[in-house]
Design a protein around this ligand. Structure first.
Ligand SMILES: [Zn+2]
Length: 332
């Protein structure tokens, strides 16, 4: 049993309280590789932002949970080395689907876990989330639960259709589970293809898809029912069109990839939404930089040569999100 506190990590409790009161959101960036981890830490330190580093099922399969946990421990030390004496870094399990997995992560030093019972019947979701909360709170680990279902595909999490969160359920759910934050479904979606062309309109000038707006009415109703309660948005990449264009220009094929417009995330950040999950944008930034580099330098084969601009491009994207979209800069 390792406590996250010994590793210099923090849970989300104080962080979310301040974010809700201050009208900003904490970035939750997924990580799988050393380059992503370095870019996240550099961006957080340079902007003086708290940050959530999260590990999905796909990340655990790819990199191994133990390695990722040590990387998060390394992230804390790295932040100190970069001149941040008291970094606020959360190591979070993204989309935990069983009690055993959440327990394993808590026992190995995660400071926060998500238990995603959103695909289960309502009462079963409550029973599972309550069991995780009971265990997690013994070790002062915070728990995110989910009500409502997001569409889209992210690693092993996938659903063809979305079911918006029902505001009439949130009080009962949060009280009975004791969860610390609640992921809701208001029209965000996992992956780089968040909407089908049929769900969108097309900008006549650029030919790009314009996605349907988020259901802010549902968000505001939830806020009224649970004043000050931390709300989480999954599937909130914006799928920057300049990165998509770079990928397509250098041999990629991502037609009609579309995300959540940043103005809408900016608006959501000012509400009770205090954690915004961004994964696909990092993948796009990395792939765009690598494709461009290799196309322009066909004789190079040292991974450091193309991973360096990839890391820089991800860092630029993380800083942009922190400063221009979520507003979590200068909040340490
Ligand atoms: Zn998610």
């Amino acid at each position: 049993m390792v406590s996250y506190k010994e590793l210099g990590l923090v849970n989300t409790r104080e962080m979310f309280k301040k974010a809700v009161a201050g009208g900003y959101a904490i970035p939750a960036f997924n990580f799988n590789t050393m380059e992503q981890m370095q870019a996240i830490v550099q961006a957080a330190v340079e902007t003086k932002s708290p940050v959530i580093m999260q590990v999905s099922k796909g990340a655990r399969n790819y990199a191994n949970a133990t390695i990722l946990r040590y990387m998060a421990q390394g992230a804390v030390e790295y932040a100190k080395e970069l001149g941040c004496p008291n970094p606020q870094i959360v190591l979070h399990l993204d989309h935990g689907d069983t009690f055993e997995l959440c327990k394993d992560c808590i026992d190995m030093g995660f400071s926060s876990v998500m238990i995603d019972g959103s695909s289960l019947p309502y009462e079963d979701n409550i029973a599972l989330a309550s069991k995780v909360v009971e265990y997690a709170h013994k070790y002062d680990v915070t728990v995110e639960a989910e009500l409502g279902v997001l569409a889209g595909v992210e690693d092993e999490v996938s659903s063809a259709v979305s079911h918006y969160t029902k505001p009439e359920e949130v009080i009962d759910f949060s009280k009975r589970t004791g969860c610390d934050s609640l992921a809701i479904s208001i029209g965000t979606s996992h992956g780089a293809y968040k909407f089908t062309p049929a769900q969108c309109t097309r900008d006549p000038k650029t030919g790009k898809l314009v996605p349907p707006p988020l259901a802010f009415d549902i968000l505001h109703e939830i806020e009224k029912k649970l004043p000050g309660f931390p709300i989480v948005l999954h599937g909130s990449s914006s799928v920057p069109q300049d990165e998509v264009d770079t990928i397509n220009k250098y041999g990629g094929k991502l037609p009609d990839a579309v995300g959540i417009p940043e103005e809408q995330l900016r608006e959501a950040s000012k509400s009770a939404v205090c954690k915004i999950n961004i994964d696909s944008d990092s993948r796009l930034a990395m792939t765009a930089a690598i494709r461009k580099y290799l196309a322009e330098n066909p004789s190079h084969f040292d991974p450091r040569q193309y991973l360096k601009p990839a890391r820089e491009n991800m860092k630029k994207m993380y800083i942009h999100k922190i400063v221009n979209v979520l507003g979590s800069n200068d909040k340490l």
